[in-house]
Design a protein around this ligand. Structure first.
Ligand code: IVH
Length: 677
């Protein structure tokens, strides 16, 4: 009634509640079950509707509204909170014998009773405690020293796998505490670091550090952009009679949490040991870092009987996997020259066995990395091997340093061609600027021919070496003249008529590769496949690209100064320009295909958003191209028209801001004279 007096009608109140429920459900489907039912654009539309209602009637905002995930202002200091139940740590074991000892202790202490174990992953992340009051998230806190932690609620609210309200409205769990671990998948970590590197920001050493750094950020808006996830593994509720840890995991799942599905229950310790061993072998198939398994007595009553000693429970133990760290001697530091002239220092190590493989080399990244860690030749170093990451030196064992050791001074000359090395401002690496450097010549050709680039069958590393060594090719353009030496190629070792013909056919076929692949294959520093596609979308011919300024290239949303400068530097070089002229003459594609140049849409660049009722997106794309237009995937200043279908997403907002012309489906169909039905 009160609300009605304020002029908010019941229908609107109900609509807001319905939208909140729907958005919660879609968050759960997407972030927990990974089974979305609607498109991002449809989700955005629901979210926008709720935001609009809440903007008009702020009194309708509830703390668990999905619009409130990123509502908080930056915090300077996180308030300290007391944990009602201390957050304990686990004692670690590394051997079968230790695990059996643990089992013997359990057996003795719960004399005569039957018991079961639950095995879970030991997440290598950061632990987190969540409190729910009346089913609504009220607190997110770090472990701290186990007794007191930091209140990081504003940051925690942004984690999409943390429910802001519990899924089931069961009074038994209205007021409960949930604990678990925040992790980052290795692939997300790698992507995030690549983006940071491109933006010239400091990268994180491993996923765990990046989670820890993220949770401590003062601005929840930045936290919201980080790909972190919360896995729940403990449930406490004073209002419900909980019986078994395994059952608690199922309840947590029903409440809306992400619970890892490797959790298994065993009747005896032999089963536990076999499981531990089998997971160790499979550890890299788990998408995030784990460092072992956690074994917990299943019955909560038995857990109570077993109790805790010091800071660890007697009912649980961490069974760690073989360490992926080892100490070894650094015999030498060698410089490696990449295809773009980048110099990477590589550590030559006394071979050491780490987690199943022998490691004899590790990347040292750049001069600053060596200096920061003061890594010296002859040092004893700690080498770590992560999930699918190349081994790296994480520290030096200073106590074992030789008395006469000297800091490493970075060589000034290229190890391949003896040219002077240079280091540009803002770049972490040194470069060999000699385009004739033999290592770079081979590297550039290998990159050009590689899968995902020009994909030239039969042109692998060994063949490139051979062709360069005999002087047949010197650069990528020479490949397209190779047919002139057909007879001479027969005379080379291991070559016959058929293999020569296959190679020449492979080179000929590469002329069909699309424009964006050609850009990628040129091997311009900092231009990977994604950037190449963006460039092709925004500059539809190489002539437009070569003539573009750093500022113009930077107008592409995702491209920063580092990439833009690298591109203009590449095209400013006369060798490179000459190379491109030769490749053009050879018939490679240096512009986006335009099937019918003089169509209705000639010269215009389009982006599509939303769903068209009369045709699939690919079909619409083909029609635009047939009519002489181009289709790009992202909105930028270079776009002429945005075609707007049903449930359009953020592209529409962006296009409006940039003042881009908008066409609805009707207009599009009229323009291409396409008859519906
Ligand atoms: S249970 C006493 N379960 O390990 C119970 N902890 O050394 C302790 N951890 O701070 C929590 N995976 O960050 C539990 N499946 C799991 C775990 C796990 C990782 C971490 C957690 C805790 C530390 C204890």
């Amino acid at each position: 009634m009160l609300k009605n007096q304020k002029g908010i009608n019941r229908m609107l109140i109900e609509r807001a509640e319905k939208l909140r429920r729907e958005l919660h459900r879609h968050d759960y489907l997407y972030y927990v079950l990974a089974e979305p039912e609607i498109s991002d654009e449809q989700y955005d539309k629901l979210m926008r509707e709720l935001q609009d209602i809440e903007k008009k009637y702020p009194e309708l905002i509830t703390p668990d509204s999905p619009t409130q995930r990123v509502g908080g202002e930056p915090t300077k200091i996180f308030p300290t909170v007391n944990h009602d139940i201390p957050m304990l740590s686990l004692s670690n074991t590394y051997s079968e014998e230790d695990i059996k000892d643990f089992d013997r202790r359990v057996k003795t202490l719960i004399a005569g009773q039957k018991y079961k174990y639950v095995c879970e992953l030991k997440f290598d992340g950061v632990s987190l405690s969540l409190k729910y009051i009346n089913g609504i998230l009220s607190l997110g806190a770090t472990r701290g020293d186990g007794v007191e932690g930091d209140d990081i609620t504003a940051n925690v609210r942004t984690i999409r796998s943390v429910p802001l309200r519990l899924n089931i409205r069961d009074p038994a769990f209205f007021n409960c505490e949930v604990r678990g671990e925040v992790i980052m998948n290795r692939s997300d970590f790698q992507r995030m670091n690549e983006e940071k590197e491109l933006a010239g920001e400091k990268t994180f050493a491993n996923p765990r550090n990046s989670v820890a750094g993220t949770l401590k950020l003062q601005d929840p808006k930045i936290v919201a952009t980080r790909p972190i996830k919360f896995y729940a593994y403990s449930l406490f509720s004073s209002e419900s009679a909980l019986n078994s840890h395994y059952e608690n995991l199922q309840i947590l799942r029903k409440l809306g949490f992400l619970v890892d599905d490797h959790a298994k229950r065993f009747d005896d310790i032999e089963g536990v040991i076999a499981h531990w061993k089998s997971l160790e072998v499979k550890r890299d198939t788990v998408p995030f870092d784990i460092d072992g398994i956690v074994v917990k007595v299943d019955s909560l009553a038995q857990q109570e009987t077993l109790g805790t000693i010091a800071k660890s429970p007697r009912w649980a133990i961490a069974c760690k996997f073989t360490s992926r760290k080892a100490e070894t001697k650094l015999n030498n530091i060698r410089l490696q020259v990449g295809r773009t002239g980048t110099i990477t220092p590589v550590a030559e190590l006394e071979p050491v066995f780490i987690g199943g493989t022998t490691v004899s080399r590790a990347s040292l990244y750049n001069e600053d990395y060596i200096r920061e860690k003061d890594i010296r030749i002859g040092d004893t170093v700690v080498v770590e091997r992560g999930g699918d990451v190349i081994p790296k030196i994480t520290s030096v064992v200073i106590e074992k340093r030789l008395r006469n050791s000297k800091p490493f001074s970075f060589p000034t000359k290229c190890p391949e061609c003896d040219s002077k090395l240079v280091r540009f401002e803002e770049e972490a690496n040194y470069f060999c600027e000699n385009v004739e450097c033999p290592k770079q010549i081979r590297g550039r050709i290998e990159h050009w021919a590689a899968r995902g680039a020009m994909d030239i069958e039969g042109l692998g590393e060994a063949v490139v070496d051979q062709l360069v060594a005999h002087g047949f090719v010197h650069n990528i353009a020479d490949l397209y003249d190779l047919y002139k030496y057909k007879e001479k190629l027969f005379e080379l070792e291991r070559w016959g008529e058929k293999s020569v013909q296959n190679l020449l056919d492979g080179i000929e076929n590469s002329k069909q590769r699309p424009y964006h692949r050609v850009i990628f294959s040129l091997g311009i520093r900092h231009v990977g496949a994604t950037v190449a596609q963006l460039i092709a979308d925004n500059f539809n011919s190489i002539d437009k690209l070569t003539g573009a300024s750093v500022e113009k290239i930077q107008e592409i949303h995702e491209i920063g100064p580092k990439i833009a400068e690298s591109i203009t530097r590449y095209f400013a070089d006369k060798h490179n320009r000459k190379l491109i002229e030769r490749l053009k003459k050879a018939g490679l594609k240096f512009s986006e295909e335009q099937k019918k140049k003089q169509g209705q849409l000639s010269g215009k660049t389009f982006v599509l958003t939303g769903t068209l009722s009369s045709m699939a997106r690919d079909h619409a794309k083909a029609l635009i191209e047939e009519n002489g237009g181009r289709v790009a995937s992202t909105i930028s200043n270079n776009i002429d028209i945005l075609i707007v279908g049903e449930d359009a997403g953020s592209k529409l907002e962006k296009a409006k801001k940039l003042g881009i012309e908008l066409w609805d489906e009707e207009k599009f169909l009229t323009m291409i004279k396409f008859k519906k039905g």
